[in-house]
Design a protein around this ligand. Structure first.
Ligand code: UT7
Length: 331
């Protein structure tokens, strides 16, 4: 039976480290508030002119090198982001151009924090069906250019960071290994609870002076509601992934939750009765990089040698949309 395996991974985060203390020069906040409410200690911000596609390119070259592959070995790009470099075209084509791959299809996925899992479910279906052989799956995000750095925006500005993670996926016939399942969900009832109103084609004009004056260009979030849904939906999605493959939480070698808040990750870990060795968190260093968070964490886990062939890896995410999901992978 043909399944999808992770051939290699890569990540890149910008050089600039922004500590919690730095925010105190712009807004009424504190290192103590940010650490205790979120677990975040610092995050990375792009340099002026550095884009999501630039970050994804570096992450991809690292993954290609580790796999011993050339860019020309890639057959398709799935690019997941909520912060595209431009309104259109999608950012996948900018990455494709940098990689020198004219003709290779590029699909942009706009599913926020769940983007990487949505992208994985598409790439997995392509590979299993034989439509494409090697798929580059990208999660890349630039938040720092779109945050309200005044006290008005403090609830969101301190949470998010920039960064990119990628995986190169391909077919395996090695019985039992590869992606065992992906489950993805959405509920648009809650679309405005984590939302960015402008610019938007739903408005005429898409961007007005009023949008700038009233801060409508910045994201808004009902943090408590998002927190509540995230901490129930992720464990549900993990249980479904396990049940689908006849597994239990004891079988999990490594669980990587989307990195939105260390308190959420901890609640999910407890609900699933996982030990601290079974979960990986790195929000302390990078904040929430939305579609980038799972592949960045995955690359760190892989480079640290914490996954051996045959280990069970489980991923879960929840975010704006609302969207959520899980994946189970026999490494
Ligand atoms: O990746 C997408 C999914 N996103 C998430 O999963 C995020 C989910 N939500 C959360 O992580 C949490 O709700 C937050 C970290 C965003 C907020 O934590 P909270 O414990 O729910 O705090 P809160 O929103 O209830 O705010 C408590 C207080 C408020 O002040 P008052 O009204 O009690 O006087 C806020 O104005 O903290 C205030 N506050 C801040 N204070 C200092 C909000 N942001 C800040 C800040 N610094 N940066």
């Amino acid at each position: 039976m043909r399944r999808t395996e992770f051939i290699s991974t890569g990540m890149y985060v910008p050089e600039r480290v922004v500590t919690n203390d730095e925010f105190t020069q712009w807004m009424d906040t504190s290192d103590e508030w940010i650490r205790t409410r979120t677990g975040i200690v610092e995050r990375r911000w792009v340099a002026d002119g550095e884009t999501g596609a630039d970050m994804a390119y570096v992450a991809t070259t690292r993954a290609l090198e580790r796999a011993g592959l050339q860019a020309s070995d890639l057959d398709a790009i799935v690019y997941c982001t909520l912060s595209p470099d431009y309104f259109f075209p999608g950012t996948g084509v900018f990455l494709q151009r940098k990689l020198g791959l004219p003709g290779v299809p590029c699909l942009d996925v706009r599913n926020q924090c769940s983007g990487f899992l949505y992208g994985l479910s598409v790439a997995d279906a392509w590979i299993k069906s034989g439509q494409y052989r090697r798929v580059l799956l990208v999660g890349s995000e630039v938040h720092s250019t779109g945050m309200d750095l005044t006290t008005r925006g403090r609830d969101l500005a301190v949470l998010f960071g920039d960064g990119a993670g990628v995986a190169i996926l391909g077919p395996t016939e090695d019985g039992g290994r590869g992606v065992l399942s992906t489950h993805i969900f959405a509920d648009g009832t809650y679309a405005e609870l984590l939302f960015c109103d402008a610019p938007a084609s739903a408005r005429r004009p898409r961007l007005s002076h009023e949008d700038l004056d009233t801060a409508r260009i910045y994201p808004v979030m009902n943090g408590k509601e998002v927190f509540k849904h995230a901490s129930t939906r992720m464990p549900e999605a993990v249980q479904l992934a396990l049940k689908t493959s006849g597994l239990t939480t004891k079988d999990i070698k490594m669980f990587i939750p989307h990195q939105a808040n260390l308190r959420i990750a901890e609640m999910v870990r407890r609900q699933l009765d996982l030990s601290e060795d079974q979960i990986y968190n790195n929000i302390q260093k990078y904040g929430n990089t939305t579609a980038g968070s799972i592949p960045i964490a995955l690359d760190e886990v892989v480079q640290a040698g914490r996954l051996a062939r045959g280990d069970l890896l489980v991923l879960a995410a929840f975010g704006s949309g609302f969207t959520w999901g899980s994946a189970a992978i026999r490494w």
